[in-house]
Design a binder for this molecule. Structure first.
Ligand SMILES: [Zn+2]
Length: 230
């Protein structure tokens, strides 16, 4: 009980708790299937279980958390079908999003994208995988933010967080999240105001990420019981 006796210095707001949990998922520090104990989270964040429940239901709404009646909240484990749906959706949205930004990106926005890409490169040099994975996803969110469409931004936050869970579950060992040169190529195309090229870069890039995943193993369902008695 000594652990739980430690009181946090302050009570975190719902948004802060939400952001921390989301970041932990993005950095693979909370992996699929991890149980999120309301009471313990409440103690750590200095808030009531009711507040924790509010945050968890928001995360559940976004598909990051699964709420199981009488058992509690768990970090979601997207199925192969859900993972494929996420990538189909990303391929529908993101090439257009990149093309839209190409036509309107300001020099300041290009500088921000370059700075982000440099941070990614630094994380790579240090082989800091949690940061690499988080920053890779964030670049996509940043592009949505720059396009200036709130609904698109919300959707991209959700899709990139789900992608992080999918990468945790289905990654082939030792493959990087987003190949860094592809982000650089994408930023080049946006800076050149070449919408068609930016869209192509994004489509190829998403295809490459999907190809680093191994859905075959997970696709192999256990044998149906009927087949046991053939
Ligand atoms: Zn990427």
């Amino acid at each position: 009980m000594t652990e739980s006796a430690v009181k946090p210095d302050k009570a975190y707001t719902n948004d802060e708790i939400y952001a921390r949990l989301q970041k932990a998922v993005q950095e693979h520090r909370l992996t699929p299937g991890t149980r999120l104990v309301e009471e313990r989270l409440g103690e750590l964040a200095g808030v009531s279980r009711t507040k924790i429940r509010e945050v968890l239901s928001r995360l559940a709404h976004e598909g990051l958390v699964t709420l199981v009646p009488n058992r509690g909240a768990f970090i979601a484990s997207p199925s192969v079908a859900q993972a494929r749906d996420v990538f189909v959706t990303r391929r529908m949205i993101e090439p257009n999003m990149a093309s839209m930004l190409s036509s309107r990106a300001t020099p300041a926005q290009i500088r921000t994208l370059r700075r982000h890409s440099k941070q990614e490169q630094e994380a790579r040099a240090k082989d800091d995988r949690p940061t690499i994975i988080r920053l890779s996803g964030e670049l996509h969110v940043l592009i949505a933010q720059m396009v200036g469409n709130e609904i698109l931004l919300r959707l991209m936050r959700e899709l990139t967080s789900l992608t992080c869970l999918i990468i945790t579950l289905y990654d082939k060992p030792n493959t990087p999240a987003c190949p860094h040169t592809e982000h650089a190529d994408l930023i080049d195309a946006i800076e050149a105001k070449d919408g068609a090229r930016a869209a192509r870069c994004m489509a190829d890039h998403l295809m490459h990420i999907e190809h680093t995943l191994n859905f075959d193993v997970a696709d192999a369902d256990p044998p149906e019981i009927e087949s046991l008695f053939d």
